[in-house]
Ligand binder design. Structure first.
Ligand code: DQA
Length: 158
């Protein structure tokens, strides 16, 4: 059975391609999704891609990834998360990730540390395995590679 990876995208990530292209580039979320599917297949992963502008919906998806299966079992093995601006504000998402206790890889298209100070703080980082920031859409593929390595039986554990 391939390991299942849930790739979650937060608010305004649906506007990639149109949104501030000097920061986020011209790549669309659909093209990032298709690159991730390809890379996932090559890595032996089953990738599911979702986006929401709603904090509560993201929280629900994180909860379901950990507890939404039959008998409350997990439905995904790891989460790749670009929480958008909720990265910098959402204690609810941080708590959901803590409760889920699944490996999380945090992704940002832009290098948040080169930008405004309020983007330097992340509520996701303290509960993530690691952070990939500044490599545009390629960062998602890098995150899938990290997830594949992490989920191997010999992969690093916390
Ligand atoms: C972002 C960075 C966030 O600061 C911002 O609010 C986003 C996108 C990124 O991918 O670079 O919406 O997460």
């Amino acid at each position: 059975m391939p390991k299942k990876i849930l790739v979650l995208n937060g608010p305004n990530i649906n506007l990639l391609g149109k949104r501030e292209p000097s920061i986020y580039g011209r790549e669309t979320l659909a093209s990032i999704e298709s690159a991730c599917r390809k890379r996932g297949t090559a890595l032996g992963l089953a990738v599911e891609f979702r986006q929401s502008n709603l904090e509560g919906e993201l929280v629900g998806w994180i909860q379901d990834a950990a507890y939404g299966g039959p008998k409350g079992k997990q439905t995904f093995d790891a989460i790749v998360l670009n929480a958008g601006a909720y990265t910098h504000t959402s204690i609810a998402i941080m708590d959901a990730l803590k409760a889920a206790a699944l490996p999380v890889i945090e992704v940002h298209l832009s290098n948040v540390h080169k930008r405004e100070k309020f983007r330097h703080r992340s509520y996701v980082s303290p509960v993530a395995e690691g952070v990939i920031s500044g490599f545009g859409g390629h960062g998602y593929e890098l995150a899938l590679e990290a997830a594949a390595r992490r989920l191997k039986p010999s992969g690093r554990r916390r």
